[in-house]
Write a protein that binds this ligand. Structure first.
Ligand code: MN
Length: 719
């Protein structure tokens, strides 16, 4: 156990101004509070907070963090309460201890929803002060080191998994590389002990074989650099068993020689020296292609800086070099803890750590549910980065696979919402294009543009996805509400009643809806039918309806029968509904403007539009409450493109397919899909999807096709 004066001395060594009395006070207080409690290992409980404090001194954190470490389990595990901590140690310490206690209380569980909700709370708790996370990571490191004393294997696994999934990535995100490696390796040892053992065995073997190799490389590198006037500290480092394991899983390769798992670090004084070292190394040894990375000019999001390169080194072994200054090295190992000026302590925008937390919080505010949130954050935590530039030369870092839409949202939410196109390196490119390192991206915007539901399919950043989903949700809700209102009006009118908000206010409770708007949205989404509502308001109506034997199917057919293009109809107009949200066109019959149509309400999906003679409708004949009378309303726009499907039989002779497409093109149709369903020696049977304006347009195309001698028969495909 670290003795009291030892701990104080360690802190004083790097922070002479540290509050010695407070440290002593916390030491004694925590020791007394934990009293005779013991840990699973049999050690006195106090050894744990003390070790946690000891771990943190290695990161040279401020004395408030050290004191928090000493006190971190007193609230959870002893009689002490937060008031007492505040009285004795002040508000700052009380806040930190409270934060750590909150994190401790949040137990991650396998249940996805609960885990996500907890992670959300977790981010909130640590976002208040990054020191909370530092103490928690040190706490977790010590718990992992003593994991073997826990008897219950299930519990051990659970803790190890949590470490792997949550704590190690968090450590990496705040730049604590060393902490991350230690946590991962300890968790790996619990989760896959056999794999870890075999890798260690292989490492030992290679080390024996290449006896002295590492040392010889170090000496040789140091000499070559010195000859060129560079003073450098060269060291060799083996990758951890876990990172080797990951590499083997990822690249599906084994490791042949020690250099495959070695990285040599060259630590120099200045940035100029870094680039000079690079030059010297590339001069002295053949370069391994594709390994060069300059994280000095473009640091990683967690602040990591270094130059990476690969060369065939002094003994013709492939080696990896990491070139950096002393300061960069310190930050690479200790991350956030290395350059934290806690005393000034305020929000410093230049710390990438804060930027990351802010992004997480932003997603958190706009995500609908906890699962969505977890999905975003997991996405963000594990993806590689690409670096792009704005036309003004500002750097924008994005996860690999990001598109101009992600770029736009990263620059500003409003730019994302309004983007209509993108120039990549000066050329107009589709919004779905994947961005590459070094691309210059210029986003075109328009005030009229709104996020498109299709963007969701190709964006990769959490922020873009969250914003798009949020927009779609709003839009969808509006549409469902509008649709629901129309359905209700219709249902009331059909039974001879007048619809009003007032009429249904009285039955909101029956359907557990807080407002008329909510109820309408639920009806639009297909969770309730209009008839159900009418029945609730005027009990007995349905019975009456059955007696009269009026079924909606017949009504739908009746009222659609007379509708012609251009004529107003009394069906619910679908023009106001955006395809893909509250309304979908059926894939079986491909309705076109001018077709007689009917809507089928599907739970959770809104309305699917079918032509009135579609065969699929049979399926719904015994659920008349799903049928909805819809119309193309005024039908003058026609600017929109619709897809019609035709079935045709063509003579199997040379040139007939060419004839076919010529006829369609001449009639301004555009073939969007073609499928041969049957092929005999004489004929082809095929289905063709054609983009047309409306049903008249399609009729023209069909007529022209029928006039062609090579074409045996043409019909519209029905269901
Ligand atoms: Mn603890």
């Amino acid at each position: 156990m670290i003795r009291q004066f030892e701990l104080v001395e360690r802190v004083k060594a790097y922070d002479p101004s540290a509050d010695e009395d407070a440290l002593n006070h916390a030491y004694v207080f925590a020791m007394k509070a934990h009293g005779s409690q013991t840990r699973a290992s049999g050690d006195p409980y106090f050894s744990h907070p003390l070790e946690v404090a000891g771990i943190l001194t290695r990161y040279k954190v401020d004395s408030a963090s050290i004191i928090t470490a000493l006190l971190h389990d007193t609230i959870e595990d002893t009689d002490t309460d937060l008031h007492e901590i505040r009285d004795r140690f002040g508000g700052e310490i009380a806040r930190l201890v409270d934060g750590v206690t909150k994190l401790t209380r949040i137990e991650f569980q396998s249940d996805q929803a609960k885990q996500a909700e907890n992670f959300r709370k977790f981010v909130l708790a640590m976002s208040e002060d990054i020191r909370v996370l530092l103490v928690k990571l040190a706490d977790r490191l010590h718990n992992m080191r003593t994991l073997k004393y826990i008897k219950n294997q299930g519990k051990r696994r659970c803790i190890a998994m949590e470490t792997m999934d949550i704590y190690a990535p968090l450590a990496e995100r705040i730049g604590m590389q060393e902490m991350k490696s230690m946590l991962e390796d300890l968790a790996f040892g619990e989760l896959n002990p056999d794999a870890r053992k075999s890798i260690i065995k292989r490492l030992d073997f290679l080390r024996d074989q290449g006896e002295g190799l590492i040392q010889r490389v170090i000496v040789e590198l140091t000499r070559v650099l010195a000859e060129n006037g560079i003073t450098a500290k060269v060291s060799g480092r083996e990758k951890t068993p876990y990172s080797i394991w990951r590499k083997m899983q990822h690249n599906n390769v084994g490791f042949e020689q020690l250099s495959d798992i070695m990285a040599f670090r060259v630590v120099v004084d200045t940035v100029e020296d870094c680039y000079q070292t690079l030059g010297v190394a590339h001069n002295a040894y053949p370069v391994v292609p594709g390994r060069f990375r300059d994280y000095i000019s473009t640091p990683k999001p967690n602040g990591y800086q270094s130059i990476h390169t690969g060369v065939f080194g002094p003994e013709q072994q492939r080696i990896e070099l990491q070139i950096r200054t002393t300061e960069m090295h310190d930050i690479a190992e200790h991350g956030v803890a290395a350059h934290w000026s806690y005393k000034q302590g305020s929000e410093d925008d230049d710390h990438p750590q804060y930027r990351w937390l802010r992004e997480l919080l932003d997603i958190l505010e706009h995500a609908a549910g906890p699962e969505e949130f977890l999905e975003h954050t997991k996405l963000e935590m594990f993806q590689d980065q690409v670096f792009c530039f704005t036309p003004r030369g500002d750097l924008v870092d994005l996860p690999r696979g990001a598109t101009p839409v992600d770029f736009a949202y990263k620059v500003h939410s409003e730019v994302g919402d309004r983007c209509v196109g993108a120039k990549i390196n000066g050329r107009m490119m589709p919004l779905r294009s994947e961005l590459r390192n070094g691309d210059q991206v210029e986003i075109m915007t328009s005030k009229e543009q709104t996020p498109s539901p299709t963007w969701e399919r190709f964006v990769v950043t959490g922020k873009a996805r969250a914003k798009i989903r949020r927009f779609i949700r709003l839009q969808e809700r509006n549409q469902y509400e509008q649709l629901g209102r129309s359905i209700l009006q219709r249902a009331f009118r059909d039974d001879g009643y007048e619809f009003s908000d007032k009429a249904i206010k009285g039955v909101l409770k029956v359907f557990s809806q807080p407002s008329v708007e909510d109820l309408c949205a639920q009806i639009g989404a297909g969770h309730f039918t209009g008839i159900e509502i009418v029945e609730a308001v005027y009990p007995g109506v349905c019975k009456k309806r059955e007696d009269e034997n009026v079924i909606p199917l017949a009504r739908a057919r009746n009222c659609q029968a007379k509708v012609q293009p251009g004529e107003p109809s009394d069906g619910i107009p679908i023009k106001s509904l955006i395809p893909g949200m509250a309304m979908h066109f059926a894939g079986c019959c491909h309705p076109l403007p001018g077709d007689r149509i009917v809507g089928i309400v599907t739970t959770g999906k809104g309305v699917t539009i079918h032509t009135i003679d579609c065969d699929t409708l049979e399926t719904y004949s015994d659920t008349p409450e799903r049928w909805l009378d819809v119309s193309w309303d005024t039908y003058e726009q026609a600017a929109e493109i619709h897809v019609g499907r035709i079935h045709l039989t063509v003579l199997n002779v040379p040139g007939s397919l060419g004839d076919l497409s010529t006829v369609i093109a001449k009639n301004e149709g555009n073939i969007s899909n073609l499928k041969i369903t049957n092929r005999s020696s004489d004929f082809f049977d095929m289905l063709i999807d054609i983009e047309v304006r409306d049903v008249n347009h399609l009729t023209d195309v069909i007529a022209a096709l029928r006039a062609n001698p090579a074409i045996n028969s043409v019909d519209r495909a029905r269901g």
